[in-house]
Ligand binder design. Structure first.
Ligand code: SAM
Length: 205
């Protein structure tokens, strides 16, 4: 069977479903990033990938700067963003909140002076959905396994003024040498390790 080429679609399919029926701000991802009633964080997504998380966060009102270092993935993101912006006013509004920055987040994060950073490096395939599995396998074939993600996290921790969120498999072992998170939000197959970084780390959510 021939395989569909890797594609990013912000208009239909799983991304659209999650936007419309996923649970909005009550989902683990926005909670981990500090969305609260009346509070919508500005986010740097240091590992943009297929842009699914970034699109969801932008659909919830956040300004999202997406950093991606792989050229092929950058091209897919640009095409998907152009297509979505033409789809409807609602989509155009979401895309207007998303900015793609091309390059390695390890170099770019200090210049971006982020408040809140999301890091979702490649990790072992874990999702039961055949479609997602397939997409992640194709993405892995393009980008490899992100062996430098520990360095990326350390840089993020040193520059983020509010928090860093690491998206990781629910049962995945902590990365070697990484400090314990301030708190965790645990979903069905994914957990979010939240590291508070700012001076006001007491009043967290
Ligand atoms: C697992 S995917 C992210 C999936 C994304 N959260 C989504 O919702 O589609 C990881 C992506 O991060 C990118 N990446 C990893 N380390 C990076 C770095 N230091 N700078 C920029 N991009 C990076 C990889 O090229 C890959 O495309």
């Amino acid at each position: 069977m021939t395989e569909n080429p890797l594609n990013i679609d912000f208009i239909a399919g799983a991304v659209d479903y999650r936007r419309r029926f996923g649970g909005g701000r009550r989902q683990s991802l926005p909670k981990a990033l500090g969305f609260r009633p009346g509070v919508t964080p500005s986010i740097v997504d240091a590992t943009a990938g297929l842009g699914r998380d970034a699109f969801l966060l932008a659909s919830l009102g956040a300004k999202v700067t997406m950093v991606e270092r792989n050229e092929a993935v950058q091209g897919l993101l640009e095409t998907a963003m152009r297509r979505a912006a033409k789809e409807s006013d609602d989509h155009a509004e979401i895309i207007a909140r998303m900015t793609l920055v091309k390059g390695d987040a390890r170099n770019l994060l200090p210049k971006l002076q982020p408040e809140t950073v999301l890091i979702d490096p490649m990790h072992p395939p874990r999702d039961k959905s055949a479609l997602v599995k397939n997409e992640m396998r194709q993405l892995r074939a393009l980008v490899g396994s992100d062996p430098d993600s520990m360095e990326l996290i350390e840089i993020a921790l040193s520059v983020a003024t509010k928090r860093v969120v690491l998206k990781w498999p629910r049962r995945g072992s902590p990365l070697d040498g990484l400090r314990a998170p301030s708190h965790q939000i645990i979903g069905k197959s994914t957990r979010y390790d939240v590291f508070m970084t700012g001076p006001a780390t007491v009043s967290q959510s």
